[in-house]
Write a protein that binds this ligand. Structure first.
Ligand SMILES: Cc1cc2nc3c(=O)[nH]c(=O)nc-3n(C[C@H](O)[C@H](O)[C@H](O)COP(=O)(O)O)c2cc1C
Length: 335
């Protein structure tokens, strides 16, 4: 791999993925052609909706790799061929998702886009400011067909933050979700550096010792005195001045889920251009009780997968620079 290719794949390797599972792999056919695979062992599986959401992860990556190409002056084209949701649920191997061709140095680089991609991170810190009206308007222009972006007034935003906290705590009582989290959580610096994937305690703004304790003795989350203290500790970075928004979309097919991912990357990179961070609240979407309560909160009477389904909820705005999450590196991503 030459220097130019290494720079490109290094930038690509910083793509965001749920639980930092980093499931995307590129298998080299020749210097300009790579097949794109999803490693099912690195995808999420704990909730019934997890498999369909894996296509969102693929969409996030495809939009991201195209943006990395534009940023560095390479023309990236991805011919997407998605597997089926059944294959996603049943297969334990790598699933082919399409073929990427890349015309190296075929166009001008875009330094501002490089800066935005390098700025992008998930921030779980306290946000000191939300989004400006023009930033909200700009984000709304990035939707694909069948998608709508809505921002919440302050009161509903605060209630969404509470719902997220409740869902995060409740999820610890769901055996599947808890064991998936236990698999991906990195509770010490040593573990974070050794494994180079997963959700690290410092990126989560939480104490590693506390996380380990809660994983092993999750019932403390229902104990008097202890539970309110843990809630207050968790909420110390959550009660803030961020803007809370959500994305409604059709959500029946693999392709619709893929398009949601593409939109998420477009929004995330646009925010990054303005030095704004984002924090997805995936737990509200996947936790049934929290999802239903959110639908009630925003007055969405006829939520349905064939029209307006709540697929992505997030807070966004200005915060201090968060801790960088680890990556497996380009030797893992490019085979
Ligand atoms: C589709 C998608 C859903 C995500 N959902 C959550 C979430 O529910 N909660 C959360 O804290 N982070 C969530 N994240 C953020 C990832 O954990 C994060 O991208 C990953 O750990 C890498 O860190 P980075 O974004 O700072 O590079 C999500 C990311 C993606 C792409």
């Amino acid at each position: 791999m030459n220097e130019k290719q290494a720079r490109f794949f290094q930038l690509v390797s910083m793509y965001p993925s749920p639980h930092n599972g980093q499931p995307m792999v590129l298998k080299k056919i020749n210097e300009t052609t790579y097949d794109l695979y999803f490693q099912t062992a690195r995808g999420l599986t704990a909730t019934p909706i997890s498999y369909l959401f894996s296509f969102t992860t693929i969409g996030v990556f495809v939009e991201y790799i195209e943006a990395c190409g534009r940023a560095l002056g390479h023309v990236v084209t991805v011919n997407v061929k998605l597997p089926t949701v059944e294959a996603m649920a049943q297969s334990d191997s790598d699933l082919l998702c399409g073929r990427m061709t890349i015309a190296w140095s075929a166009t001008a680089a875009d330094e501002r886009l490089v800066a935005a991609i390098e700025f992008r991170q998930t921030s779980r810190k306290k946000y000191s400011r939300g989004l400006l009206p023009q930033e909200k308007t700009q984000l709304a222009t990035l939707m694909s067909e069948g998608q709508r972006l809505i921002f919440l007034p302050n009161r509903e935003a605060m209630q969404t933050i509470w719902l997220n906290q409740r869902a995060v705590f409740d999820d610890m009582f769901d055996n599947e979700v808890r064991s998936e989290l236990a698999h991906w959580l990195r509770t010490s610096h040593k573990e974070k550096i050794a494994k180079k994937d997963g959700l690290s305690y410092d990126c989560m703004e939480l104490s590693g010792t506390m996380l380990r304790l809660v994983l092993q003795h999750y019932k403390v989350l229902h104990w008097p005195i202890i539970a309110p203290l843990l809630k207050r500790y968790y909420m110390r970075t959550m009660k803030d001045s961020s803007t809370v928004g959500y994305l409604l979309s059709t959500f029946e097919t693999e392709h619709q889920s893929f398009e949601i991912g593409k939109t998420i990357t477009r929004m995330w990179l646009e925010l990054s251009r303005h030095h704004k961070y984002l924090h997805p609240f995936g737990t509200i979407v996947s936790n049934n009780q929290a999802h239903n309560d959110f639908v009630q909160l925003v007055g969405l009477e006829d939520e349905s997968r064939d029209k307006d389904y709540v697929v992505f909820i997030f807070r966004a705005g200005t915060s201090e620079v968060p801790v960088r999450s680890e990556r497996l590196g380009i030797m893992h991503m490019v085979e």
